[in-house]
Design a protein around this ligand. Structure first.
Ligand code: IMP
Length: 428
């Protein structure tokens, strides 16, 4: 098994990755984020303190861990500095241990504006339900070879020229829909005001990762969002614009497959989804309400109520195979404590036929009928349990059911938000 770890959400995000990254970080020297932006929301609870991180890896909480925001991430420099301020307020030092890849692209203020315009005024009823943080529009500019990399702050003349070109293109769109055009000079001046502060963090992160790898220091790759929100493998177009899948690590951080990365898949004991898009196992009525209220299923970034439903093993099998998952961390099992019966989806039927493979087409997913099995609920308290054999037998049965179906061992079980509320089944 590998020396390094990837922590990847196997559903539609919000599986509880933050807590697990935080837990593992005690043994980790370098934590790397490789995709997404400040659309993520990782809640880390330490004693009575609660910190919500959107962009900076959760590893920052541990003073011995270095953190990298890799080239595959899109960085809103204003959101970045706001998060730094917040961390510093909590007494967490950031300078000298947090590195922003010079090759990461920026999310500029107009990206979030355009995100909102497309969602509200153009897509309307067909909206994706984005976080409106400008993620998609920034990745669009990156792929369109007109994006602004953080490294352009090294060279203000270059930045000014590239910004002017980008703004001209954006204005074609904005003027076309009757909006006020952008002024590239203003954006430039505002960036120059925070340039010095950003330069403290912008680095060539490639040698930092490579150096850690050569020294055999354990590196943790922290995924944001989840596999089913991947731009290629997710439920397109209801996805984010990055690669939360394991492949994103190679393009988004500066390391190759010889890094021996052990893939830890994070799975919530039920399923949630924020925003629009197909959700075959979505629950209704009392069941959904119990999951949402007990699980505090409200977006950490936008505060939106999350849609809740049963565990979808058919979708999970797809995520497991796609990412070569080695072991599973099962989170929030305690949220199911009060259920008499627990449904698990083991397959889909589409137009009367049982599907062999997970379909990514949203129009198929909208119509599939989940095939459910029912597992007996344990109707007992699992919150705060720290030893596997103290779990009610029926809760153990639920975990075994998941392992048997997915053919991957469950190594950690989370029984509450606190670091201590964890069962280590097998050390990895
Ligand atoms: P975007 O990433 O803001 O473009 O949003 C695209 C889709 O991904 C929307 O359905 C969002 O709700 C969803 N999304 C983005 N980030 C997260 C996350 O961290 N957790 C869960 N869903 C997310």
């Amino acid at each position: 098994m590998g020396n390094n770890y990837a922590v990847i959400g196997l559903q539609w995000g919000d599986e509880g990755k933050g807590k697990i990254v935080d837990l593992l970080s005690e043994k980790i020297k370098l934590t790397v984020r490789y995709q997404g932006g400040h659309n993520a929301g990782h809640t880390v609870i330490i004693g009575d303190k609660k910190i919500v991180l959107h962009l900076i890896p959760s590893g920052i909480i541990h003073s011995d861990t270095k953190c990298i925001i890799g080239n595959g991430v899109v960085v809103d420099p204003y959101a970045f500095l706001k998060e730094i301020k917040e961390l510093n307020k909590f007494g967490i030092k950031t300078e000298g241990r947090l590195y922003l890849s010079k090759d990461a692209h920026m999310i500029l203020p107009f990206h979030s504006k355009i995100d909102a315009i497309i969602e509200e005024e153009i897509r309307g009823d067909q909206k994706i339900g984005t976080t409106k943080r400008g993620i998609g529009p920034s990745y669009e500019d990156k792929a369109g070879r007109r994006g602004i990399k953080l490294s352009s702050l090294y060279n203000p003349e270059y930045l000014k020229r590239e910004l002017e070109y980008l703004v001209n293109i954006k204005n074609l769109f904005l003027k076309g829909i009757g909006k006020e055009p952008l002024k590239s000079n203003k954006i430039y001046e505002e960036l120059m005001e925070i340039r010095e502060e950003l330069l403290k963090y912008i680095s060539d992160t490639f040698p930092i990762i490579q150096d850690a790898k050569e020294k055999g220091e354990t590196i943790l790759f922290e995924g944001a969002q989840g596999v089913l929100l991947d731009i290629d493998y997710g439920t397109y177009p209801y996805v984010s614009s990055s690669h939360p899948t394991v492949g994103g690590i190679f393009t988004g951080s500066g390391i190759g497959p010889d890094a021996n990365i052990k893939v830890i898949g994070i799975v919530k004991a039920y399923t949630t989804r924020v925003g629009k898009g197909p959700f075959p196992t979505e629950a209704t009525g009392k069941d959904e309400k119990t999951m949402r209220e007990k699980g505090k299923e409200y977006g950490a970034t936008t505060g939106r109520p999350r849609r809740c439903g049963w565990l979808d093993l058919f979708a999970l099998k797809y995520s497991v195979k796609l990412n070569g998952v080695n072991s599973i961390v099962l989170t929030k099992i305690d949220i199911l404590d009060s259920f008499e019966k627990i449904k698990v989806c083991t397959g889909y039927k589409y137009k009367g036929k049982t599907l062999k493979n997970f379909p990514t087409e949203s129009w198929i997913l909208e119509e599939v009928e989940p095939i459910y099995d029912e597992v007996e609920g344990w109707k007992d308290v699992t919150s705060g349990i720290t030893e596997y054999n103290k779990l009610p037998q029926k809760a153990q049965n639920y975990i075994k059911y998941i392992e048997n179906y997915l053919k991957v061992p469950v190594s950690i079980i989370s029984t509450g938000p606190d670091r201590k509320e964890t069962i280590i089944v097998k050390e990895f």
